[in-house]
Design a protein around this ligand. Structure first.
Ligand code: E4P
Length: 217
């Protein structure tokens, strides 16, 4: 399972990268705005900075909502760095743009996916990644993990190569449950990654080992 961090915060990206387990980064316009990154030039420079920190895929979302606009913007983003994955919304023009980029060998991430049917379309359009938002489904009393399971079954039925990128992950149990179901990738905040480290028995055990070592020295 690949681990992506879902943030535009460079310190958090560096912290996850330093653990040695980070496979990539996902961003979106809201995450950029949260870090105060606004305006085309600043956003472009921020993507470049992220690509310098991590070695894996970096999703960069288009703002255009029409096919021509998405193609123009996506091509500009893809030209920034080979790590860039063009992130496209799950709307008709986004599906068309996904097919366009897939045919050109440019990596894509189809975002804002909330149903198995949408995920099927993304795979048919040759998406590299499909991003079902599990946390936002949970927020409206709908089982986000069940959507991951449905997409896993559909993709396995037909051997689709599109990777299931479980997005809108909110906590460690989302990560573990996605791994059990067989999501290819998860993207979540830093706390959902470092939270996996924690177990009181690890801390107690380590404390005892160190105390016993000191006794013998
Ligand atoms: C994924 O690519 C999105 O950026 C993200 O996971 C959305 O998460 P949220 O629902 O916590 O905003």
């Amino acid at each position: 399972m690949k681990f992506f961090i879902d943030t535009a915060n460079l310190d958090q990206i560096r912290e996850a990268q330093a653990l040695g387990i980070l496979d990539g980064v996902t961003t979106n316009p809201s995450l950029m705005a949260k870090e105060g990154i606004t305006g085309k030039e600043n956003i472009i420079n921020h993507y470049k900075a992220i690509c310098e920190i991590v070695e894996g895929d970096v999703s960069a979302e288009v703002i255009a909502t029409d096919f021509e606009g998405m193609v123009k913007e996506g091509e500009e983003l893809a030209a920034l760095d080979p790590q860039i994955v063009v992130k496209l919304p799950m709307i008709a023009d986004g599906v068309k743009a996904c097919k366009y980029f897939s045919d050109k060998g440019i990596k894509t991430n189809v975002t804002l996916v909330f149903s198995a049917g949408q995920a099927l379309l993304a795979a048919k359009a040759g998406a590299t990644y499909v991003s079902p938002f599990i946390g936002r489904l949970d927020d409206i009393s709908t089982d986000g993990l069940n959507l991951i399971a449905e997409i896993r079954m559909i993709y396995d039925n037909y051997g689709f190569g599109t990777e299931i990128l479980a997005a809108s992950v909110r906590h460690t149990m989302h990560v573990i449950d996605c791994a059990k179901i067989g999501a290819d990738v998860m993207t979540g905040p830093l706390k959902s990654i470092v939270g996996l480290l924690k177990h009181p028995l690890t801390d107690i055990g380590l404390e005892k080992f160190l105390a016993d070592y000191k006794k013998g020295n």
